[in-house]
Every structure is written in structure tokens, then in C-alpha cells.
Design a protein around this ligand. Structure first.
Ligand SMILES: [Zn+2]
Length: 247
């Protein structure tokens, strides 16, 4: 089988159901990387979030919650370290974040993170020095977010982002996944009479038992390679040793 592209899904938990839908629809065509199935228990979540850089593509579900989430935006700070990161993202913008399409709306998100930084700064300065470590990490992240959020919003703003209802179909189009599906359509021709055939287009490597519509004989076929085998009349116990004469 061809190498599947890998896609990291970056989303806020509020859009979890939509992320599930994407995973379900692209399953089998691409390998999906997301916290739910790729971040194993006790793994370092920061290291996991950094993986957004390593995958072929990143799906970003941009919502109001997303733009205000420390974890989601931290993933963006990692992503933008990648050269040509703009070319490896699939973005969709949810209605509640449509404000990013005008400059005042964008400015408000930048302001949001600026206020977060002030808040953290104040909280930090009131802590004893030896217990500042954890919050210092968050402070660092917020500073990094402030460094990139303007550029990030500009890139998303200038893209033609398919709305959520068309998003998955557009990704499939872009990656030519429909074509992959088509090329995997096989005519599994009956090896006994070679007149009847059965069409299969499932992109799985699987061996199935089929019945010829012309001669009614049974034969087996491999869905991935389109090969067929004859089957002996099942006199003895019907196991795999019945398969003979590959065609
Ligand atoms: Zn036949």
C-alpha cells in the first residue's frame, strides 16, 4: 500500500466531536495523530504537542475556545517553527471565531493574551521564588504565543478556509483521497469460467470468498491486489488448504 500521509489534529476539547468525525472519515486513508489515540498514558504532553511539527499535515480547528486555549496555541508556537508551515495546515474557522477576519477582532485575541501575560506576571511576582517553576512555564508559553499570534491570525485570515460542513470533503479532494479509493477498485474475475466478475473497492488488504454470478462457483480474492484463487469443491474440511492455482 502507498505511504499514508500523517495528519496531526489540533483542536479544543469543545470541538472534540468534530475531531472524532474527521478521524472517522479519514480513517484508512491517512494516519491521524491526536491526543486521544497517540498520547499514551504518562507520556510528556509537551513532547506530544511538539509532534505537530513532525507530521506531514496539521488540521487546525480554529474556534474562539481554540484561540484562547493555552495548549492549542502552544501547539501553534511549535508549528510555526517549521519552514513553510503555512503550506502544511488545513484550517477551518468556526462561527464563533469569525472575528479574526477583521482587524479589530484579531486585535482582541492578541489583547486577550497580553492580559493573560499581565495576570501571570502579577501572580508570579507575588509567589516565593522557589515555587515559581510551574507558573514560569506557563508564563514562557504565553510570551511565545504573543510572539506568533499576530502572524498566525494573518495567515489564517488570508486563507480561503472551507467552513466546517465542507471541510472534510475539501481535505479529501486536496489529498486526492477520492482517487486512491478509485484505483483500489478491482474487478475480481472468476477463475473458473473467467466470464463472471465481482467489483470491489474497499481499501483494505483482505481475502474474501466470492461467488461468481455467471457460473455460481465459489472463489476467493485478495481485495488489495485484485488476485483470485479457485476453490476446490469443499469435500474435506473447508480451510485455507483448499486454495489452489493462483491466477
Ligand atoms: Zn464463473
Amino acid at each position: 500500500m502507498t505511504d499514508k500521509p500523517s495528519i496531526f489534529i489540533s483542536y479544543s476539547w469543545v470541538q472534540k466531536e468534530y475531531a472524532d468525525k474527521i478521524e472517522h472519515e479519514l480513517d484508512g486513508f491517512v494516519s491521524i495523530v491526536r491526543d486521544k489515540n497517540s498520547a499514551t498514558s504518562w507520556c510528556n504532553l509537551i513532547d506530544f504537542m511538539k509532534r505537530i511539527r513532525d507530521e506531514d499535515f496539521a488540521i487546525l480547528l480554529v474556534s474562539d475556545e481554540y484561540l484562547k486555549s493555552l495548549n492549542c496555541m502552544y501547539e501553534i508556537t511549535q508549528l510555526v517553527k517549521e519552514q513553510n508551515w503555512e503550506e502544511k495546515i488545513f484550517t477551518t474557522v468556526f462561527d464563533n471565531a469569525s472575528a479574526i477576519y477583521d482587524s479589530i477582532g484579531s486585535a482582541l485575541y492578541i489583547k486577550y493574551w497580553d492580559m493573560k501575560r499581565d495576570e501571570l506576571e502579577r501572580a508570579l511576582s507575588s509567589l516565593p521564588l522557589q515555587s515559581q517553576t510551574k507558573h514560569q512555564g506557563d508564563y514562557q508559553k504565553v510570551c511565545e504565543i504573543l510572539n506568533i499570534i499576530g502572524e498566525f491570525l494573518k495567515v489564517v485570515n488570508e486563507k480561503k478556509n472551507p467552513p466546517p460542513p465542507n471541510f472534510i470533503a475539501e481535505i479529501k479532494n486536496y489529498l486526492g483521497l477520492q482517487k486512491i479509493e478509485d484505483t483500489l477498485t478491482h474487478k475480481l474475475r472468476c477463475p473458473s469460467c473467467s466470464k463472471g466478475y465481482v467489483l470491489y473497492n474497499k481499501p483494505v488488504d483482505e481475502i474474501v470468498s466470492l461467488q461468481c454470478p455467471k457460473c455460481n462457483r465459489f472463489f476467493r480474492g485478495n481485495l488489495l491486489y485484485g488476485r483470485t484463487w479457485m476453490m476446490k469443491a469443499p469435500k474435506k474440511k473447508p480451510d485455507d488448504s483448499d486454495e489452489i492455482s493462483e491466477t
